[in-house]
Write a protein of this length. Structure first.
Length: 182
């Protein structure tokens, strides 16, 4: 059996639920060992975008909000969705401005990630935003946000102490810390 080949066979697929953001699929399958089974999959209708804004003093800006699916408060990097076909850098710029009021002169794509590839197809892109300029935040109606300025070292500590648990935030903060030599 080739390890890098798709050894799953789809027998049938049903979509029991769909909305403007996600689609749930139920697959009848033959698994890699040849047995019959099922596989549930969530398809996202947006690309995930994360931004780690870093100012000239080495600080970053976290966004706090209550996350409905978790039923708990979450500290994260600014992030949001990019409709399929839209420019990911344009979406990153929009999300940073919406959630923090910042714009940035320098943008670097630092990571492409799959957020939970055993059950969903969500892909995320994370950007480093530098040379920040302050402006007015423009949150969406579903966002009740608090902005917190912390040093990059503090952000890493929040990740390491499990106070930041969002996967895009963890990946972005740790990658930036590594790139910046922290």
């Amino acid at each position: 059996m080739e390890k890098e080949k798709n050894n799953w066979e789809k027998i049938s697929t049903v979509v029991p639920y769909s909305n403007p953001w996600i689609e749930v699929q139920h697959h009848e399958v033959i698994n890699p060992s040849g047995g019959k089974g099922i596989y549930g999959q969530v398809n996202f209708k947006n690309i995930a975008i994360g931004v780690v804004p870093v100012d000239n003093q080495g600080n970053t800006y976290l966004v706090g909000q209550f996350r409905f699916p978790l039923e708990e408060y979450s500290w994260e990097i600014p992030e949001g969705g990019c409709p399929l076909g839209e420019d990911i850098l344009g979406a990153a710029k929009r999300e940073l401005l919406e959630e923090t009021g910042f714009s940035a002169q320098k943008w670097t794509l630092i990571s492409k990630i799959h957020t939970s590839n055993s059950v969903c197809n969500e892909v995320g892109f994370i950007f480093l935003a530098e040379e920040l300029h302050e402006g007015q935040a423009e949150p969406e109606e579903t966002e009740d946000l608090i902005i917190k300025k912390v040093s990059l070292k503090e952000a890493v500590d929040l990740v390491m102490n499990n106070q930041i648990t969002d996967s895009i935030s963890i990946a972005g903060i740790l990658k930036i810390a590594r790139l910046k030599g922290l």
